[in-house]
Design a binder for this molecule. Structure first.
Ligand code: NAD
Length: 271
């Protein structure tokens, strides 16, 4: 009987692949037999990531690629097609926040730095739209392909202080639905676009915001836990299965959805 979750030999490009969630996912998918293309901003980070990934198997390669640089994206996409002959999946993992696009604990809305706000919008939104458009051209030529975007729990409800990032992630939800519909209507049911919306996971960017050096929760970290019925942060590997499902044949009739992976954060009113 066919294994609906078989991803052996799928060619999967992952942006932000030197990071915590996308990088961990990329390693997991390689372990499942996929060929993984690791993409991140700086060459040294990519080299170190690929060196580690080679310990899993030699089914991997990596390129330095700024997700906001159209020429670099075109070049990488062409190299992947040249090397692998096709591209099955794009995972848009590059993303992040910066202090000026949020409001500090002692600030109010008027302290927002609009330049930083724009940078965060660009990285998270345009940094998913541009790679998607680039690889979707290849999907159109091949007649198949699949995208997974990274949304966030900052999208569906107001998360205090975090404006630029929340706006960008809300737009990613909308982009996911829009792109899914456009691609299917024009190019058929073998091109799918979905997103995952992680709740709170400890990453390089939020570690200091959510935890103290001794591992205890900060005030903000405790607020998150209070709103999370599972009463803990997510573990990196808890996003792997949802992404595996979304890119596999098990999800062949699934497109345009945003899947929460959040310990029931989004289900709970807090009361
Ligand atoms: P991370 O900071 O560990 O990794 C992000 C990676 O993106 C880094 O390796 C960074 O070098 C790379 N990057 C940044 N700018 C880039 C650019 N211009 N071009 C190419 N690469 C670039 O973050 P993470 O926690 O692994 O997050 C992965 C995704 O999940 C992000 O989109 C993030 O917004 C989202 N997310 C994270 C959480 C969480 O709690 N960690 C929750 C919800 C959503």
């Amino acid at each position: 009987m066919k294994n609906l979750f078989d991803i052996q030999d799928k060619v999967i490009a992952v942006t932000g692949a030197a990071g915590v969630l996308a990088g961990g996912t990329a390693n997991y998918l390689q372990e499942q037999g996929a060929f993984v293309v690791y993409l991140d901003l700086f060459q040294d980070k990519v080299d170190a990531t690929v060196e580690e990934a080679k310990k899993i198997s030699d089914k991997c390669c990596g390129f330095a690629c700024n997700v906001l640089d159209q020429a670099a994206l075109d070049e990488v996409c062409a190299k992947v097609l040249e090397t692998c002959g096709r591209i099955d999946v794009l995972i848009n993992g590059a993303g992040g926040n910066m202090p000026g696009a949020t409001i500090g604990p002692d600030q109010d809305v008027f302290d927002l730095k609009i330049e930083d706000y724009s940078k965060v919008l660009d990285l998270n939104l345009k940094g998913s739209v541009l790679p998607t458009m680039t690889f979707a051209r290849a999907f159109k030529e091949q007649g198949f392909g699949c995208v997974v975007n990274f949304s966030s729990m900052s999208s569906p409800q107001a998360l205090t202080r975090v404006l630029g990032y929340s706006n960008a992630k809300a737009a990613i939800d909308n982009f996911t639905r829009w792109m899914a519909a456009e691609m299917a209507l024009k190019y058929g049911d073998k091109i799918r676009v979905n997103a995952i919306a992680p709740g709170f996971f400890i990453s390089n960017q939020n570690r200091a915001l959510l935890t103290n050096e001794d591992g205890s929760y900060t005030e903000r970290g405790q607020q998150v836990i209070n709103k999370t019925p599972f009463r803990r942060f997510g573990e990196q590997e808890e996003v792997f299965g949802t992404i595996h499902y979304l890119i596999s044949d098990a999800a062949s009739f699934v497109s345009g959805i945003v899947v929460p992976v959040d310990g029931a954060f989004s289900a709970f009113s807090g009361v």
